[in-house]
Design a protein around this ligand. Structure first.
Ligand code: FAD
Length: 410
C-alpha cells in the first residue's frame, strides 16, 4: 500500500471549496476530515436571504465532474444551490468525512520553527505537500453543541473558510453610534442568517434603513421594500454605487467575460506560441477597455442608474476584478419608482435616538438599521492560526482588484 494512503488531511470549511478539496483528497487515497462550524454542508448557501439566487449563470458555477440536474434554471435559487452542493458531497462520499458544529479555533504547525519556515523557498523546503513527513498540523476544535474542546493531528491542512465569517462594522465617535439609537441595529449577515419567518417579522411594518450598496445591501433593501411597500419605505444609504446589472441584460458581461476567458485559456494552454502570446497580452488591455466602455454605455442606456444617482465611479472591469459586480435584484428601480425604496447618497452618517443623521444634513427616521457594510476576510483567515507569524504568511497585502491568494499567486 502506498504510504500516501495513510496521510491525514484536515479541511476547514464545508462550502463548495472544502467539498471539492475533500472529494479530491479521497480520490488520492488520503484520509480527509472536514470541520465546519455550521449545522450543514454548503457554506454560505446554508444561510442566505429568502430572495437570494445564484448570480453567476449555473453553467459557470458547476463542478466539472457533476452537472446540474437537467432543467435547472440559469440562475438557481439558494435552495437549489444548496441541494446541488449536498448532492455532490453525497455522490462522492464527502458527507461521511464532515464534522459539523466543529469550529477550528487554532491551527498550529509543528515540525519546523518560524526561522526554518521563513527560510523555505517552497513549502517544507522541498515543495512537497507532506515535506519529509515529520511536520504535523495540530488543530484545536471547539464542538459547539457540547462546548468541548478537542485536539487533532493531521499531516496536511487545507483552509476553505471563505470570505464571509467576520463582519465589518463602521465605528462612530462617542454618542454618535448605535448606542444612542432606540431601534435595532444588526449586520446584513445576521439578518440573512435569521429564519425567514423571524426576518419577515423583524421588518414587518417597520421603517428600515439599509447601509451599503454592495450586493447584500441591494438585496436586503429590495427584500424590505417588497415586504413593506410604500407605506413604510425602505431607505438605502450608500457612499458609492457599484455595477449591478439586470440579469436580463447580461450580454455585455458575457461577451466581455467569454472573450477575456478564452484569451486567458489560449495563453495558458499554448505557451509555446510565444509571439502570439505576447501579441495577445498587448491586445488584452485595450480590448478589455473597449469591451468595458461599450458594456458600461449599454447598461447606462438600459438601467435607470443615471436618473437615480447610481452610476458607479469605477469601471465595470474594476468591479469585475474586485468581485464587486453583481446582479440587480428583481424590480429594484420599479420599487424606487413606486416609492417603496428611497436611495440616499452620503459620505458618512451618525446615529440619533430615532434614526440616522446623514452628512448632507438630512435625517432619516428608522426602527431597524441593517448594516450591509461588508466583511473582513483577512481576519477570518488569520483567526484560524495560532502563531502570529503563520497569520502574517497567510494574509498578504490587501488590494481592491485582486483576491489575496497564497503567497500572492495571481
Ligand atoms: C449571498 C451570497 C451570494 C453569492 N453568490 C455567488 C454567486 O452567484 N456566484 C459565485 O461564484 N459566488 C457567489 N458567492 C460567493 C461565495 O463565496 C461562493 O459561492 C462560495 O460559497 C465560496 O465557497 P467557499 O467554500 O470558498 O466558502 P464558503 O461558502 O464561505 O464556506 C466556508 C465555510 O467555512 C466554515 N468556516 C469558516 N471558518 C471556520 C472555522 N474556523 N472552523 C470551522 N468552519 C469554519 C463556514 O462555516 C463555511 O461553511 C456568494 C456569496 C454570498 C454571501
Amino acid at each position: 500500500m502506498d504510504s500516501s494512503n495513510k496521510k491525514r488531511v484536515a479541511i476547514i470549511g464545508a462550502g463548495p471549496s472544502g467539498l471539492a478539496a475533500c472529494k479530491h483528497a479521497l480520490a488520492k487515497g488520503f484520509v480527509p476530515v472536514i470541520f465546519d462550524s455550521g449545522a450543514s454542508v454548503g457554506g454560505v448557501w446554508t444561510r442566505t436571504l429568502a430572495s437570494t439566487k445564484l448570480q453567476t449563470p449555473a453553467a459557470a458555477f458547476q463542478f466539472s465532474d457533476f452537472p446540474w440536474p437537467a432543467g435547472t434554471s440559469e440562475f438557481p435559487s439558494h435552495d437549489q444551490v444548496l441541494a446541488y452542493l449536498t448532492a455532490y458531497a453525497r455522490k462522492f462520499g464527502v458527507l461521511e468525512c464532515v464534522k459539523l458544529g466543529s469550529k477550528v479555533v487554532g491551527a498550529e504547525y509543528s515540525g519546523a520553527s518560524e526561522k526554518e519556515v521563513t527560510a523555505w523557498d517552497r513549502w517544507s523546503g522541498n515543495g512537497e505537500a507532506f515535506g519529509d513527513g515529520s511536520g504535523e498540523w495540530h488543530l484545536t476544535v471547539q464542538h459547539i453543541e457540547s462546548g468541548s474542546i478537542q485536539k487533532y493531528e493531521f499531516d496536511f491542512l487545507i483552509v476553505c473558510v471563505g470570505r464571509y465569517g467576520v463582519t465589518k462594522i463602521p465605528t462612530f465617535p462617542p454618542n454618535k453610534g448605535p448606542e444612542v439609537f432606540h431601534g435595532k441595529v444588526l449586520h446584513a449577515q445576521d439578518y440573512s442568517h435569521m429564519e425567514d419567518r423571524d426576518a419577515a417579522e423583524l421588518i414587518r411594518g417597520k421603517r428600515v434603513v439599509v447601509v451599503g450598496s454592495g450586493k447584500s445591501g441591494l438585496d436586503t433593501a429590495a427584500e424590505c421594500a417588497e415586504a413593506n411597500g410604500s407605506k413604510y419605505p425602505c431607505t438605502l444609504i450608500y457612499r458609492t454605487a457599484n455595477w449591478m446589472v439586470d440579469h436580463k441584460l447580461t450580454w455585455g458581461l458575457n461577451v466581455s467575460k467569454r472573450t477575456t476567458t478564452r484569451l486567458a485559456e489560449l495563453m495558458v494552454h499554448k505557451p509555446e506560441e510565444g509571439f502570439a502570446l505576447s501579441l495577445l497580452a498587448t491586445l488584452l488591455t485595450p480590448l478589455r477597455w473597449l469591451l468595458s466602455t461599450v458594456t458600461e454605455t449599454y447598461y447606462k442606456m438600459h438601467i435607470p442608474m443615471r436618473k437615480n444617482g447610481m452610476v458607479p465611479d469605477c469601471t465595470i472591469s474594476q468591479s469585475l476584478l474586485g468581485w464587486k459586480l453583481g446582479l440587480l435584484p428583481d424590480r429594484f428601480y420599479d420599487l424606487v419608482d413606486e416609492g417603496s425604496l428611497v436611495l440616499n447618497k452620503c459620505d458618512s452618517f451618525s446615529f440619533c435616538a430615532d434614526g440616522l443623521v446623514l452628512d448632507t444634513g438630512k435625517r432619516v427616521e428608522a426602527d431597524v438599521v441593517i448594516l450591509a457594510t461588508g466583511f473582513n476576510p483577512d481576519q477570518l483567515l488569520r483567526s484560524v492560526f495560532t502563531s502570529p507569524w503563520v497569520r502574517d504568511i497567510v494574509s498578504g497585502a490587501s488590494s481592491d482588484t485582486m483576491l489575496p491568494l497564497y503567497r500572492q499567486v495571481d
